[in-house]
Write a protein that binds this ligand. Structure first.
Ligand SMILES: [Zn+2]
Length: 466
């Protein structure tokens, strides 16, 4: 185990969790019995004996009695402001009641602030300690809901500065309207603006990482650009302004390249295989430009990726990109997808993406509830449905991978794996305690496991009443 170095010093822990499996979520699947925390960092991970010298009079010691510790959950595609304004109304799932919530939800700064704080508290109850707010910007200043306006970024800055955020936030700028067409000149100008806007906040709390681009819409509305025809013979297209598909394609490529050139992370909403191909080609050519950074150092990713082919997933891995997707949406809309593209369509290649190490899980809340336990269960169901082996060893290996896809891997997408995402000494003390060991119940049983405690930066921010 990580253990305690000689440098552990005479410092006492503020918090010790002991007597339960500590699931480190490193690639090897390491486990420990205890974790000690001080000054917002993990001081030591090891056995009960290892942490004993760190327990002082003021240390809070929590006996886990078999409950499991995981790294704090990272929901890497979640519209927190919108969620805070809408909850408990989601678009799909057990909380669906979308029809009641229309029009402006956050019309001013105070409402935006309240929505972010409300989402923060809600997400703490789910064990979420990091998130990506994917798409905030001036294009939505007059948007329907108000939840994506440029001012939301100012509010995030203010909350970060005041220490009031309940999650570490990675933010993508949006230059256009949500689910609306992108324009090359507007996106290019936005990229310059974003570069200027970076910095100013503690990057462990608020990082203005890059840009969200809408490449296309979704297959369900027959608007994803698909090589396979829809039931009406059409193939969808790009959500980029331009006279012809060729012009649109080149505009999308140039948006991605411009983001890369500027050193920004680029997240592209891309669901059709043809759109995904354009994005991958763009990243490859951007990386070839003289002096350009390696894509791995910027963390670009495909968002949703519905119709990605296995070959495209392999290419995503080769390029050093990520595949950020929401199995809850796959499970919920599978029949609808088969209806528009045929029963033999094989969308959402999660098994391939998991094997390739590029799968990053997220909820897309408030599309779905921000419940990562449901997301993991949905991913497992989807992968099994694709014919993956169900024996206990295979299922356990897969569960480890899926839990990493909500902790360690999104930390890589955030380019923050050196300081968050696993339970290891020196990393930030973001932890979640589950009422049971997830490996005892399996992925399908995970939604029934209570979240007992959430620790953010060493502080208990949620504790379940027992
Ligand atoms: Zn989304």
């Amino acid at each position: 185990m990580t253990g305690i170095g000689a440098s552990a010093s005479a410092e006492h822990a503020e918090l010790v969790l002991q007597g339960g499996p500590v699931l480190v979520m490193d690639a090897a699947g390491s486990r420990a019995d205890a974790v000690a925390v001080a000054g917002g960092r993990i001081l030591a991970v090891g056995t009960r004996d290892d942490v004993a010298p760190l327990i002082g009079a003021a240390t809070r010691v929590i006996e886990l009695d078999g409950r499991a510790v995981l790294p704090g959950i990272n929901d890497s595609h979640l519209h927190a402001t919108w969620l805070g304004a809408r909850w408990p109304h989601t678009f799909f799932g057990g909380h669906a009641d979308g029809a009641q919530i229309e029009g402006v939800l956050t019309g001013d700064r105070a409402a935006r602030r309240a929505a972010i704080l409300r989402a923060g508290e809600l997400l703490s109850r789910f064990g979420v300690t990091s998130l990506t707010e994917p798409g905030i910007g001036p294009g939505e200043d007059d948007g329907e809901t108000g939840c994506f306006a440029g001012e939301v970024l100012d509010v995030y800055r203010e909350l970060a500065e005041a220490g009031e955020l309940r999650q570490r936030v990675t933010l993508l700028g949006l230059y256009g309207i949500l689910d609306g067409p992108s324009r090359l000149d507007v996106v290019t100008a936005g990229i310059a603006e974003l570069v200027d806007a970076q910095g100013g906040s503690d990057p462990e709390w608020l990082r203005i990482a890059g840009i969200k681009i809408f490449g296309d819409l979704i297959p369900l509305s027959k608007q994803a650009w698909s090589s396979r025809p829809y039931d009406d013979g059409t193939h969808g297209g790009l959500l980029v302004e331009g006279e012809t598909l060729e012009v649109q394609t080149e505009a999308l490529r140039e948006m991605v390249r411009a983001g890369h050139r500027a050193g920004l992370q680029v997240g592209v909403h891309a669901t059709g295989d043809r759109t995904i191909e354009v994005v991958l080609d763009a990243v490859a050519s951007a990386a070839d430009e003289p002096g350009a950074p390696h894509p791995r150092d910027l963390g670009h990713y495909v968002i949703h990726g519905d119709l990605a082919t296995p070959e495209q997933v392999a290419r995503i891995a080769e390029l050093g990109m990520w595949f950020n997707s929401q199995p809850g949406i796959a499970v919920t809309t599978a029949d609808w997808m088969a209806g528009v593209l045929g029963a033999d369509v094989a969308p959402w290649p999660y098994a391939v993406a998991l094997d390739a190490g590029v799968l990053v899980l997220s909820s897309d809340a408030p599309i779905l509830a921000p419940d990562w336990r449901e997301t993991v269960a949905a991913a497992e169901a989807w992968i099994l449905r694709g014919g993956a082996p169900a024996d206990p060893a295979a299922a356990a290996a897969r569960l480890h991978g899926l839990l990493r896809a909500h902790t360690a891997v999104p930390a890589q997408q955030d380019r923050a794996a050196d300081w968050k995402g696993t339970v290891e000494a020196g990393k930030v003390a973001d932890l979640v305690v589950l009422a049971q060991d997830p490996f005892a119940v399996g992925a399908a049983g995970l939604p029934g496991v209570e979240i007992d405690l959430t620790v953010l930066d060493g502080n208990v921010v949620f504790e379940r009443e027992s």
